[in-house]
Every structure is written in C-alpha cells, then in structure tokens.
Design a protein around this ligand. Structure first.
Ligand code: THU
Ligand code: ZN
Length: 169
C-alpha cells in the first residue's frame, strides 16, 4: 500500500518569521505527517491476518522521497513465519524504490483505552536500521489515534550492531 505525501509540502522550508514561526511550522508538518501515517497504518491494520494471536498491528512509514508504505501482520499455523507489519511495509518499499530512507514511522497496536504502546519488536528494529538512522521518529499509537509513545530508533535500539560494523573494516 503506497501513497504520496506532497513532497513540496513536507520539504517546504519554514516561514522566516523567526524561530517561533519555524517551530510552529515544524510542529504542524509533524502533526500532518503522523496523521497521514496513522490513516495508512489503520487501513492496513483493518486487513491484519492474525488468527493465532488476535493481535492486529498496522505500520506505516514515510520515506525521504515523500512516499508512504504500510503493512500489517500475517500469521501462519506453524508459528515460525509470521510477517510483522513493519516487515511487510519495508518489503513493499524495496520493491517500489529500492533502498530508501525512512524518516517517520507509526505503529498501531492494542485495543482502545488499554494504553499499551506497541513498539517495533527487536527483529523489526534491526531491519529498520538498514533503512533509517537513529533519528527515525517513531510513534506507537492506539487504534483511536492516541499516541502512546513517541520515541526514536536510536532510543529503541541503542549501541546497535549495524552494517558499518561489518563493511567498514
Ligand atoms: N507484531 C508486528 O506485526 N510487529 C511487531 O514488531 C510486533 C509484533 C505482530 C506479530 C504477531 O502477529 C502479533 O503482533 C503478536 O506478536
Ligand atoms: Zn517485529
């Protein structure tokens, strides 16, 4: 599931009316970005195939090329080959654009009002690291759009083992 966020919109420089205006513009763009991601993640989550866990997850991220990719979890009876929401979205991004940088991610999980923050699991954090920096902004939201945790990939995966550990020797 891919969507387009108007590039000019996201990349537009903040109005030069002082820091306050720039801050406000940044906050507005962030809100707009997360709203678009929440919508895409929710749409994907509606198709979650989770007959075993009954835990429906939707994930959507924005790339620095202005595109949105979304995914949902897909389980199987043998338990070993579950596809996580983030993994599905990453696979679609690579098919469509190759290696692209992810800048913002929203993951939706849990039930209304349970307050649980569904963050990307360890495997997904490691996979995201191939396509994002420590500064990747991550919001864990409930199905009603309530953001339960705002964090970064660097916070979720500190002291990471990354590609540079094995390539830049
Ligand atoms: N799940 C995801 O889709 N992403 C994560 O990173 C956390 C876990 C899914 C996998 C499984 O279908 C369900 O949530 C319960 O673990
Ligand atoms: Zn995962």
């Amino acid at each position: 599931m891919a969507g387009q966020v108007r590039n000019s919109h996201l990349c537009r420089h903040a109005r030069e009316d002082g820091n306050h205006g720039a801050d406000q513009e940044r906050a507005r763009l962030k809100k707009e970005t997360f709203a678009a991601l929440f919508q895409a993640a929710g749409k994907a989550r509606a198709h979650s195939y989770a007959p075993i866990s009954k835990f429906n997850v939707g994930a959507a991220f924005l790339t620095d090329t202005g595109n949105i990719y979304a995914g949902t979890n897909v389980e199987e009876a043998g338990f070993n080959f579950t596809i996580h929401a983030e993994q599905g979205a990453i696979a679609q991004m690579v098919v469509a654009e190759g290696r692209t940088r992810i800048t913002h991610l929203v993951v939706i999980g849990g039930e209304p009002a349970d307050g649980m923050a569904c963050t990307p699991c360890g495997h997904c954090r490691q996979l995201l690291l191939e396509f994002a920096g420590d500064d990747l902004e991550i919001a864990a939201a409930g199905p009603d759009g309530d953001i339960r945790l705002e964090t970064t990939l660097g916070e979720l995966l500190p002291h990471a083992f990354r590609l540079s550990n094995i390539l830049d020797r």
